[in-house]
Design a protein around this ligand. Structure first.
Ligand code: SF4
Length: 444
């Protein structure tokens, strides 16, 4: 029986960030990919955020998926298996956006979505006729998509309920890899199939791993009605459109939505226009958040610092707003132009990309481009200020007393994040980086 090892690769630096998170959900790419492997293959999955690779494992094929900051790490894994003559296959966002680079480190690469081509590769591997490059030229249908193989999930607790209903997004935000990866298209799984997978989880907490659950409002409402009878709790990412439709919010709340991760990005309208996300109208943010709260749904704000219109006052202005709005949670990111995105192309043309060391494309510890209206140090300092202030006891009490939505879990979560942030701050990333990988391409 041929044996396949699937690896969700995560560099030591990214693992440090992810493991510091209070909530860290199951990754699903590989369990979904495994569901398309014929049962005459034995399949093992290692998610490096949860487990270690067994280097003595005897396998025929190793498949690796990774994001840009873990690229060198993934390449080092590939080199180690290839030196033993194992066929290494790579796919995922970085491979799709930079296939020529990835192709130098793998026997086979997948450009774009793997569905259909993946089955073809495995069949031809067995016959000894496989190709080196599989490029998706069509848009695979999501109908009859098999459910993810739960036995390959690492999480066995309440966080292991993960699935997706839609893929992609029709918007064209300049910084977004999703928009490029899926060519600005949105595809939807049949609602009955999503509901069946949703119902199949033992736990009562579900994460929709969608890029934007509000990408098709009518579809979303129908989906919410279909999953409501299962009486589970769920959360997902959503664009601002989610908060403009009371019927959407009502159906979401009735179906068990407890939190939406809202892509606010910036409180600067000019910044939103600059990256083609002008549909985010800053003047309505407050009203939208109030409306979401009115349905008993907590808000996790996605915030990005470092747009070209951002000046040093943006950090304080953002925190003032988040406190005024009583936002329960927030994720702060430093703007990162990922290769392949329109933002990267523009900044490269302007000579502002400071490094192509992919390890630094982490959106948290490093600034990889020259900001326009502040220095690199000011941007890094502002990012730290935002986290420190947001998770201070003063801010937690201000925000959660203003909007005591889902207080029983948002309060302990905020306190835990505050604790984790302070712990992480006390471990300087530079020192860790020197200890873990040395110069150049890191060894595993
Ligand atoms: S709305 Fe969100 S998912 Fe869609 S393109 Fe913009 S950033 Fe990407």
């Amino acid at each position: 029986m041929p044996k396949l090892l699937l690896i969700t690769a995560s560099s030591p630096e990214i693992r440090r960030v992810r493991r510091a998170r209070v909530l860290n959900f199951q990754q699903i790419t590989m369990p979904y990919l495994a569901s398309r492997v014929s049962r005459n293959w034995e399949v093992v999955h290692v998610d490096e955020e949860a487990g270690e690779i067994d280097w003595r494992i005897d396998v025929d094929v190793v498949g690796i998926t990774f994001h840009t900051p873990s690229a060198y790490h993934a390449y080092s894994i590939a080199a180690r298996f290839r030196s033993r003559g194992v066929c290494v296959v790579m796919g995922g966002p970085h491979v799709t956006l930079l296939p020529e680079e990835a192709g130098q480190h793998a026997d086979v690469i997948f450009i774009g979505e793997a569905e259909g081509l993946w089955e073809e590769f495995l069949q031809s591997f067995e016959e000894g006729t496989h190709l080196c490059v599989y490029q998706q030229t069509s848009t695979p249908s999501l109908e009859n998509a098999p459910q993810a193989r739960k036995e390959l999930f690492h999480r066995r607790d309440y966080t292991n309920g993960v699935l997706f209903a839609t893929r992609g997004c029709t918007n064209r935000c300049d910084f977004c890899t999703v928009a490029v990866m899926y060519r600005h298209q949105l595809r939807k799984r049949p609602i009955a199939e999503v509901a069946a997978e949703y119902a199949s989880f033992d736990g009562d907490v579900i994460i929709f791993w969608d890029d934007n659950i509000a990408a098709d409002i009518a579809y979303a409402k129908e989906l919410f009605r279909a999953i409501a009878p299962y009486r589970k709790w769920w959360s997902s990412q959503a664009s601002i459109h989610a908060g403009r439709d009371d019927e959407f919010l009502e159906a979401a709340a009735l179906s068990g939505c407890k939190q939406l991760f809202l892509g606010l990005e910036s409180v600067s309208q000019q910044s939103m226009a600059e990256v083609h996300k002008g549909f985010n109208r800053v003047e309505e943010y407050l009203q939208i958040i109030e409306r979401i709260h009115a349905h008993g749904i907590a808000v996790q704000a996605g915030i990005v610092f470092g747009f070209d219109h951002d000046v040093t006052g943006i950090f304080e202005e953002t925190l003032d707003f988040l406190e005024e709005a009583g936002v329960q949670n927030a994720t702060f990111n430093i703007l990162t132009p990922f290769p392949g995105t329109p933002l990267f192309t523009r900044m490269e043309a302007e000579g502002r990309i400071l490094t192509r060391d992919w390890r630094k494309y982490n959106s948290r510890d490093d600034v990889i481009y020259q900001p326009k209206r502040m220095s690199v140090e000011e941007l890094l300092g502002g990012y730290r200020y935002a986290n420190e202030r947001f998770y201070s006891l003063r801010s937690i009490s201000k925000r959660l007393s203003r909007s005591p939505v889902q207080l029983w879990w948002t309060l302990p979560l905020n306190l835990a994040y505050g604790y984790q942030w302070n712990r992480r701050r006390s471990t300087p990333p530079e020192r860790e980086r020197r200890n873990s990988s040395g110069a150049g391409v890191p060894t595993f």
